[in-house]
Design a protein around this ligand. Structure first.
Ligand code: ADP
Ligand code: MG
Length: 413
């Protein structure tokens, strides 16, 4: 069924059309009718499958259809998200669908002055997108009133519930009218988190799309075994092989982000960096420059792994493996979004083997291996524009390492 057959107001159908959406995705097809029926929903669907519109569209429809009965603006919907970037992005999606309606959407998050946000809240809004820290602050200061709330959404629900906010969330729920709708959306979920979700609502309708493989089939993902000290040469090579592509590189720590940035700078590659220590305004500017394609490579920590929807990211490189197995799914999920295809390559050093095993257990399958011969290995190192030691010793070093690896593999078998 196409969107023009949906029970949406003409104002909303028009914005759906303007967004270029013709047919719902699987998760939208399943979740929208349930949400319109005011059911509580726990929705699990792979990255990039349009979960945002799956909740934003029916919410905008429900709130718009009630408008004629309300005299003033009430805060009716609260969407909780883990990061500032995601808050802005989701607010944009709501604004897109609400643009031919009078519904007002606002955003609050930490790291910036709270006064303008308080002023905005005073002016009133129908839909609020918030990160938890600032939101709990504003509630405790009495600036945020949830007395009239009807819908609570937890996007990236497993992460939101795992962040240690569960007590605060329970507190918030005490301030919300008893009869409200709760929606959980995520690409990953585990038993423990599911129990937490079920402790917040009685009988949520569980909607799960392609649960077997958490990685979308649009993503071709593989792993290459590369020593820690050599990773920069391989990254240099991969970036130079794809000069026109938008590339997202994930690194384990803030310090390593800056180190990789410098290593790329030394070989003439311009990159952007993103991590939790950056000022909010810098974070916004960085995302804009990457989004627009002005700079094609972004080096980031896991802060950018969740939910971020940047058009046309063709490659995700895991320079380091993530510390938390499910983050693998979220990182590689920054590519291959919507109908696009994407490629992800992870660099795994000997120290990271255990992590790789954990990730594969989480995925329930092995990740395809890119076989590098010792010749390839040396060639890639040798071609780096970084000044290099002599070719022969490099060759020997690589061969020894490859042999050791082969031996270990045999032993395992
Ligand atoms: P998720 O939250 O599942 O990771 P998003 O909601 O961020 O995914 O959507 C991924 C991309 O797919 C977005 O760029 C969005 O505009 C696009 N998209 C979503 N639904 C549709 C649709 N029905 N038709 C076309 N594109 C869509
Ligand atoms: Mg999402």
């Amino acid at each position: 069924m196409k969107f023009d057959k949906y029970p949406f107001a003409p104002e909303i159908k028009q914005s759906v059309e303007e967004a270029g959406f013709v047919k719902p995705t699987d998760i939208q097809y399943k979740a929208i009718p349930a949400i319109l029926r005011k059911e509580d929903v726990l929705a699990i669907a792979q990255t990039g499958t349009g979960k945002t519109a799956a909740f934003a569209l029916p919410i905008v429809q429900m709130l718009f259809s009630q408008l004629k009965y309300s005299e003033y603006i009430d805060l009716k919907c609260l969407v909780m998200v883990p990061t500032h970037e995601l808050a802005l992005q989701i607010a944009e999606v709501f604004r897109q669908f609400a643009k031919h309606t009078p519904l007002k959407v606002i955003c609050i998050f930490g790291g910036v002055d709270q006064d303008p946000q308080i002023a905005n809240l005073k002016k009133g809004a129908d839909i609020l997108i918030a990160t938890p820290g600032r939101m709990f602050d504003l509630i405790s200061q009495g600036h945020l009133n949830l007395d009239r709330l009807e819908v609570l959404v937890l996007d990236e629900a497993d992460h939101m519930l795992a962040l240690g906010f569960i007590r605060d969330i329970r507190d918030v729920i005490k301030h919300i009218p008893r009869k409200h709708q709760t929606l959980f959306f995520s690409a990953t979920i585990n038993m423990e988190i599911k129990d937490l979700a079920y402790s917040l609502v009685k009988n949520p309708l569980r909607i799960q799309v392609s649960p077997k493989d958490p990685v979308s089939k649009n993503i071709d993902h593989s792993v290459a075994f590369i020593k820690m000290d050599d990773k920069r040469f391989f990254l240099e090579r991969l970036i130079k092989e794809h000069p026109e592509s938008k590339i997202l590189v994930f690194v384990r720590t803030k310090v390593r982000v800056e180190r990789v940035f410098s290593a790329m700078e030394r070989v003439g590659i311009v990159t952007l960096t993103m991590h939790g220590d950056k000022e909010q305004q810098e974070r916004i500017d960085t995302m804009n420059r990457f989004r627009s394609g002005e700079v094609k490579v972004l080096i980031a920590t896991d802060i950018s792994a969740r939910g971020i929807d940047i058009p046309n990211v063709e490659y995700v490189f895991n320079y380091d493996l993530p510390d938390v197995a499910e983050n693998y799914v979220h990182r590689v999920g920054r590519t291959g979004r919507g109908v696009n295809k994407g490629t992800a390559v992870s660099f795994c050093s000997p120290e990271e083997q255990t992590m790789l095993t954990e990730i594969q257990e989480f995925l329930g399958k092995e990740i395809k291996v890119i076989n590098l011969s010792s010749e390839d290995y040396v060639e890639i190192k040798g071609q780096s524009e970084e000044k290099n030691s002599d070719w022969k010793s490099l060759m020997k070093e690589a061969e020894t390492w490859m042999n050791e690896k082969a031996k270990k593999k045999k032993k395992k078998k």
